[in-house]
Write a protein that binds this ligand. Structure first.
Ligand code: NDP
Length: 319
C-alpha cells in the first residue's frame, strides 16, 4: 500500500514525487512506457529557472527523476491502464465501499498489475495535437515546435509559420513576431476562431500575415525544416513556401480518459476544485491534464508541488 500513487512523470508528476517523498510518504510513480512527458521531445529548454545556459529537455527530466529517486520514490515504467475512482469503487478500512471514512484506498492498474494507494495524484499531461502530415514528426525540435515561448528565440530573423486559428495561434504568432523576420498564420477556415482582442493584436502587428482556407500538407526539409507544402482547400491549388519554422497551435488533447469517476470539463480537462482537488476526496490533479491555459513546464512543476502538499495534508487528516 502506497501513501501516494502519482500517475504521470512529466514536470508535474516528478515535482509532486520530490515533495511527497520528502514528506516521508511512500510514493509510487506510474511513469509510462515512454516516461518524462512532452519535454522528452524537445531539445534546448531556455525558460526553466535555474539553468542560465539552458538545458536539454530530456536532461532536465532525467535530473528531476534522479532527484525524486534520491528521496525514495519508486517508479514503474509502464503505461497506466486505468483506474475507477468513483465512490463505489474505493475500498475503505472499515470495509464499507464508498463510505469516505479513514483508511480509504484506490486501486490503479499498470501493465496488468494492480497497485493500491491511499491517495492519488493525476499528472498525465496533455499531448500536443499535431498536424499528422509527412515530414512533421521527425522534425519536432528541428524546426517544428508547439511552444513559441520556449523556442521563438531560435528563430531570430527567420521566417516562420503558425498553424491554427484560435487564441493559441494568435499568441504564438505575437510571441514569434518579437524574434522572427516574418510570421505567417496558416488557417484552414475563413473566420478566425480566436477572440477579437487576440485577433486585433495579431492583425495590427506588421510582421504577422494571414493565409486563409489553407492547410499544410507536407513539412519539407531533410535535417531541418526548409519549407512547407500548402493546399488551398477552396481551389485545391498546391503551393510551396520557404520557411525555417512551423509552429503548430491547433489545440491539445488532455490525457484524462482513463479515470473513471473523475469529473472533466467540456474540453476533456480534469475539473479542479479548490486548488488541486478533484471531485473525489483523496484524488488530486496537477499540470497540463487540468491546465489548458499556461501549459509550461515550470507551471506544471508548481502544480505538482501544490498537489503533493494537498495530498500530504489530506493524509494527515485521515490519520
Ligand atoms: P482552439 O481549439 O481554440 O483552436 C484550435 C484551432 O486549430 C482552430 O482554429 C481549429 O480550426 C484549428 N485546427 C484544429 N485542428 C486542426 C487541423 N487538424 N488542421 C488545421 N487546423 C486545425 O485551441 P487553442 O489552443 O487555440 O485554445 C484552447 C483554449 O485556450 C481556448 O479556450 C482559448 O481561448 C484558450 N487560450 C486563451 C488564450 C488567451 O486568452 N490569451 C491564449 C491561448 C489559449 P477551426 O477553427 O476550423 O476549428
Amino acid at each position: 500500500m502506497y501513501d501516494v500513487i502519482i500517475i504521470g512523470s512529466g514536470p508535474a508528476g516528478l515535482t509532486a514525487a520530490i515533495y511527497t517523498t520528502r514528506a516521508n510518504l511512500k510514493t509510487l510513480v506510474i511513469a509510462g512506457g515512454k516516461w518524462g512527458g512532452q519535454l522528452m521531445l524537445t531539445t534546448e529548454v531556455d525558460n526553466f529557472p535555474g539553468f542560465p545556459e539552458g538545458i536539454q529537455g530530456p536532461d532536465l527530466m532525467q535530473n528531476m527523476r534522479k532527484q525524486a529517486e534520491r528521496f525514495g520514490a519508486e517508479f514503474v515504467d509502464e503505461d497506466f491502464d486505468g483506474g475507477d475512482f468513483s465512490p463505489s469503487a474505493h475500498s475503505t478500512g472499515s470495509g464499507q465501499a464508498g463510505s469516505g471514512q479513514a483508511g480509504k484506498s484506490f486501486k490503479v492498474k499498470a501493465a496488468g498489475k494492480d497497485y493500491s494507494g491511499k491517495s492519488i495524484i493525476i499528472a498525465t499531461g496533455a499531448d500536443t495535437k499535431w498536424l499528422d502530415v509527412s515530414g512533421e514528426k521527425e522534425k519536432i525540435g528541428r524546426g517544428v515546435s508547439s511552444c513559441a515561448p520556449c523556442d521563438a528565440f531560435f528563430f531570430k530573423n527567420k521566417k516562420v509559420i503558425v498553424v491554427g486559428g484560435g487564441d493559441s495561434a494568435m499568441e504564438e504568432a505575437i510571441v514569434l513576431a518579437n524574434f522572427a523576420e516574418s510570421v505567417t498564420v496558416i488557417y484552414r477556415g475563413e473566420i478566425l476562431r480566436a477572440s477579437q482582442i487576440m485577433q486585433n493584436k495579431a492583425k495590427k502587428n506588421p510582421k504577422i500575415k494571414f493565409i486563409f482556407n489553407t492547410v499544410v500538407t507536407k513539412v519539407l526539409g531533410e535535417e531541418k525544416v526548409t519549407g512547407v507544402e500548402l493546399k488551398n482547400n477552396k481551389t485545391n491549388e498546391i503551393s510551396k513556401m520557404d520557411i525555417d519554422g512551423v509552429f503548430v497551435a491547433i489545440g491539445h488533447i488532455p490525457n484524462s480518459m482513463k479515470f473513471k469517476g473523475i469529473d472533466l470539463d467540456e474540453k476533456g480537462y480534469i475539473k479542479v476544485q479548490d486548488h488541486t482537488r478533484t471531485n473525489i476526496d483523496g484524488v488530486f490533479v496537477a499540470g497540463d491534464v487540468h491546465d489548458s491555459y499556461y501549459r509550461q513546464a515550470v507551471t506544471a512543476a508548481g502544480f505538482g508541488c501544490a498537489a503533493a502538499l494537498e495530498a500530504d495534508s489530506y493524509l494527515r487528516g485521515q490519520e
